[in-house]
Each structure stands twice: as C-alpha cells, then as structure tokens.
Design a protein around this ligand. Sequence first.
Ligand SMILES: Nc1ncnc2c1ncn2[C@@H]1O[C@H](COP(=O)(O)OP(=O)(O)OP(=O)(O)O)[C@@H](O)[C@H]1O
Length: 246
Amino acid sequence: MRAEIDQVTVRGIIEGITLHAENEVVGIVGPNGSGKSTTLRCVYRALKPDAGTVLIGGQSVHRRQDLARELSALTQESQVEFDFTVAEVVEMGRLPHRRDPARDRRVVAEALARVDVAHLAGRSFLSLSGGERQRVLIARAVAQEPEVLVLDEPTNHLDIRHQLDVLALARGLGVTVLTVLHDLNLAASYCDRLYVLDEGRVVAHGTPEEVLVPELVAKVFHVTAHVVRHPTTGVPQLLFDQEVTP
Ligand SMILES: Nc1ncnc2c1ncn2[C@@H]1O[C@H](COP(=O)(O)OP(=O)(O)OP(=O)(O)O)[C@@H](O)[C@H]1O
C-alpha cells in the first residue's frame, strides 16, 4: 500500500516535506531536531499539518475511519501507562481486527516469538527493561498486521543482535515501512531508499548508495565520513573521523 506525504508543513518545524513509500522500506534520517518525528506524527495522525496532505492508499489519513486496520506505528509516545502483562499489550494490536479469536491468538504468539519476548508473556510490562519494552511494542505493532508500518527509532534501547533482528523483521513483512533511524549504517543496510531531512526540509533522497556520500554527510551531519563496502553484502557503510567539521 502506498503512503504519500505531499508538501506537508507544520509551522516553524517542517516545511513542504514530500515523500512516498510503497511496499518497500524507506528510511528518514537527519540530525537531531531536523523534523523526522514531526513528519511521522503527521502520518499516524498525532499531528495535523498546517498545509499539505498525507495519503494512505490514496485517501487522506484525516478522513479515514479505519486507519488502524491499515497502519500501525511505533512512536516516541508509544508507552503503556497501566500494569498490563506483555501478552495483553501485544493483544491490543489485534483490537482493530478481532473477528477470529483463534487467528488472533496465533498472530500474537508469532509476534511475541518473532521479537524474542515469548518468555516474557506473563510478565508485567512495567517491570521490563528498556530494550524488552521496545521489543514488546514492536510485537504489538506487528500483531496489528498493518499494510503500512511507521517506526520512530525502532532500534532505541536494543542491543546489536536485536537491532538487526527488528530491522530484518520489518523488511521481511513485505509491507510499506517508513522508519526514522539514527544509525546511517543500519539505514544503508535495511532501507531501499532514504530521505535526508535537515532543518525541516528534505535535502536529499535516493538509494543509500546515492544519498550516503561524504559531501552530503559533511554538509548535513558535520562529520567527515569515508564510504567502504560491506565485505559480504557489498552495501555501502560509513566510517567516521573523530573530529567534527565546522
Ligand atoms: N510541539 C512542539 N512545539 C514546539 N516545538 C516543537 C514541537 N515538537 C517538536 N518541536 C521542535 O521541532 C524540531 C523538530 O523536532 P522533531 O522531534 O521532529 O525532530 P527529530 O528530527 O525527530 O529529532 P531527534 O533526532 O532529536 O529525535 C525540534 O527543534 C523540536 O524542538
């Protein structure tokens, strides 16, 4: 399903952001405060843009009644306030569906196993570590079986194995994934295309190979980078010098 952001402006924060994703993994990268989360918030309707449109499957998100059946989001605000068990939190992902209890149970069990939290099913969510919580929230988003999955820094709190695992999971779903990532090398490894934001605007977009070049990295992130190839996958990866550029 196609997700389309067209000329979206949130006054003083983002200006005329245009991007799209369709059955691919699209990464949004950029420095702190460049407007990445604000852009995603317009997609999952936490924020109404001052101008521009956000379309999911060709329809405005602000006019859709049934958005939760098509879009799920792991956000910076995705927290659980009350003392639910892990299984209950992931079951919440089935709320938009709930027609076939046997299927719901199976989907929840698969989601728990896929992010390696099945052994925590009976535990209180609030008793979990940061990384365990993040994996449970990812399981909830996946259990929703969305056509469009929106992820704001999904690798937050995760150890390296679980970072790789979660991004492989997102890729393996075969749906439209729109994800904010800070780690440019993970972005290069798991995203089909990238959009680079700086000061609220898209300043570059294309394949990781096209986008992650030393000139762009220096201009936007103010660091010196060298591009090397991953020895087995051939994917471009960046090595950074220690001093920052002015
Ligand atoms: N509700 C708000 N009111 C005022 N300013 C805001 C609001 N939300 C975000 N901002 C500001 O807008 C800018 C962009 O914020 P946003 O969270 O979208 O950036 P980001 O690229 O996701 O940053 P980070 O990498 O630090 O998570 C920041 O300077 C932030 O302080």
